[in-house]
Design a binder for this molecule. Structure first.
Ligand SMILES: C[S@@+](CC[C@H](N)C(=O)[O-])C[C@H]1O[C@@H](n2cnc3c(N)ncnc32)[C@H](O)[C@@H]1O
Length: 487
């Protein structure tokens, strides 16, 4: 189930220079231009690896590179954008200190290209800190449409805050998720199976409204026959059936309307039905439509933390050390974060786009997970120092870090026969709750603690499964004019 759609808005973000272009200068900084920067010239590719190429790395400014690819329209399933956040700092590998208006102009140009590249069922995940996120949200609403905002994911970026923090110690980043067309976007599923639940469509605290249910949209027990219009209220639910319903073949034969307080508005009901939602009523009156929730698997929440299995920047830095033998790129993202996003937002073979490659994390993870990829990096030096050596290791199968292994729950300690890792986790939680509530106070504390530790150990146990053993091929594309020259 997706959250209710938001109202459209005519609020727009405006800034001095928003009618101009941002161009990238040869030093990598941004400058204003009255005219649209020229597209890059002819591209020349070098091939890496063996067999069919599944990845393309372009050297140049993302918005210009993407603008030079008309065939990209509607082909990308997932775009992950990790731009310079405009932090005001200067990193070793790239500058991150631009006038806000100029930076926003560059972001609008890039987002516009990303938007046209997406499939109708595709999504863009825009990673930012809290410096520009509020402006980019408005900007992205303008490019994607406010109704296509999906969520603001909070990612736990570091385990320990900086010693030099201000009033609050910042340990999280934002990832804004937008859909090309939210009515066509699927759920972001964890893959973990859950039993389906019935959720009442009536919802007392919402303002009363009229909902129209299309013919055949509600499953009804045959024995209800014809249900006469009328008041269907009880003490806790005020509602009225506005049309008679004839039940034929276990469904409503014609449209019918109900008045009452509902969980969804008409737009949402229509959207959910179009996406295959199941509605059913029980065999007794008064009439209460229920939604069958959960098509067998859980949905990720908007909280991406270590507790939910996502690594922090500390892990990314360790991996850089393993890859390069030194500190590596300044601001890498952990592969586990990209694996979470790519696995939930795409299927094997789908095309993943990252316009701001940096050290090539998205490309590496997409390759390991069997997705096609396209990435762009402005700096030739970054490509030569990080992206190419890293992807070469991925092809050679010598990169043992990040998303190379998936850690799957596995019972590695002796447990009662038939117990699954999930059951062990629930048992450990339950025992902890009982102890906290004092319900086991009569028992020997040492025995209880031992049992709890054993269950926790069983529940936490995972086994690494290698997902990529090396192999595959990609291309690197360069163009002399790929980096536009400032006017
Ligand atoms: C925050 S880093 C990306 C880090 C990356 N996600 C990783 O895990 O390594 C941003 C990168 O975008 C590059 N960049 C900046 N402006 C760009 C542009 N207009 N087009 C393409 N790349 C750009 C910078 O050189 C830098 O390498």
């Amino acid at each position: 189930m997706t959250a209710p759609s938001r109202r459209s808005t005519n609020v727009r973000l405006r800034w001095a220079g928003d009618d101009q272009w941002a161009v990238t200068t040869p030093t990598g900084s941004l400058a204003w231009s009255q005219d649209e920067p020229p597209p890059p010239g002819e591209w020349a590719a070098t091939a890496h690896g063996h067999g069919e190429s599944t990845g393309d790395l372009y050297v140049g400014s993302a918005d210009r590179v993407l603008a030079s690819m008309p065939d990209l329209d509607g082909t990308v399933k997932l775009a992950y954008l990790d731009p310079p956040y405009n932090t005001g700092r200067t990193f070793t590998d790239y500058g991150d200190r631009e006038e806000s208006a100029l930076w926003l102009t560059m972001m609008r140009q890039t987002l516009t290209q990303v938007h046209r590249s997406l499939r109708t069922d595709g999504s863009a995940w825009i990673h930012l800190d809290d410096g520009e996120v509020h402006r980019v949200r408005l900007l992205a609403e303008e490019v994607f449409g406010p109704a296509n905002f999906v969520a603001d994911v909070v990612w736990e970026r570091k385990r320990k805050p900086s010693y030099l923090h201000g009033q609050l110690a910042q340990v999280t980043d934002h990832i804004l998720v937008f859909a090309k067309d939210r009515t066509r976007l699927g759920r972001f599923s964890t893959g973990e199976q859950v039993a389906s639940r019935r959720v009442p469509l009536h919802h007392g605290s919402n303002a009363p409204t009229v909902l129209r249910f299309p013919a055949g949209s509600v499953q009804m027990p045959q024995r209800l026959g014809t249900i006469a219009a009328g008041d269907m209220s009880t003490a806790s639910v005020r509602t009225e059936l506005l049309d008679d319903i004839e039940v034929v073949d276990g469904r409503n034969a014609a449209d019918f309307a109900m008045f009452g307080s509902f969980r969804w508005n008409q737009e949402r009901l229509d959207r959910e039905l179009a996406a295959g939602a199941e509605l059913l009523v029980s065999s007794r009156l008064p009439l209460r439509p229920n939604v069958i929730s959960g098509s067998g698997s859980k949905t990720w929440t908007t909280l991406f933390t270590r507790a939910t299995g996502v690594a922090t920047n500390e892990a990314a830095r360790e991996h850089q050390h393993a890859l390069f033998g030194h500190a590596g790129f300044d601001t890498p993202k952990p592969e586990e974060l990209l694996a979470r996003i790519i696995e939930t937002a795409t299927a094997p073979g789908d095309l993943v786009l990252d316009p701001f490659a940096g050290s090539g994390t998205t490309a590496a993870v997409a390759h390991k997970l069997g997705r096609r990829w396209l990435t762009v990096e402005l700096s030739q030096q970054t490509v030569d120092t990080y992206v190419l050596p890293r992807l070469t290791q991925v092809l050679a199968g010598t990169d043992e870090g990040g998303a190379t292994y998936r850690h799957v729950p596995a019972l590695t300690v002796p447990t009662p026969e038939g117990l699954t890792a999930r059951q062990a986790r629930l048992a450990a939680q339950w025992l902890g709750d009982l102890v906290a509530a004092g319900e086991l106070d009569g028992l020997d504390p040492e025995t209880v603690a031992k049992a709890a530790a054993r269950m926790r150990e069983a529940a936490a146990a995972t086994t690494p499964v290698r997902v990529h053993a090396g192999g595959g091929a990609f291309r690197v594309w360069s163009a002399a004019a790929a980096v536009a020259v400032a006017a």
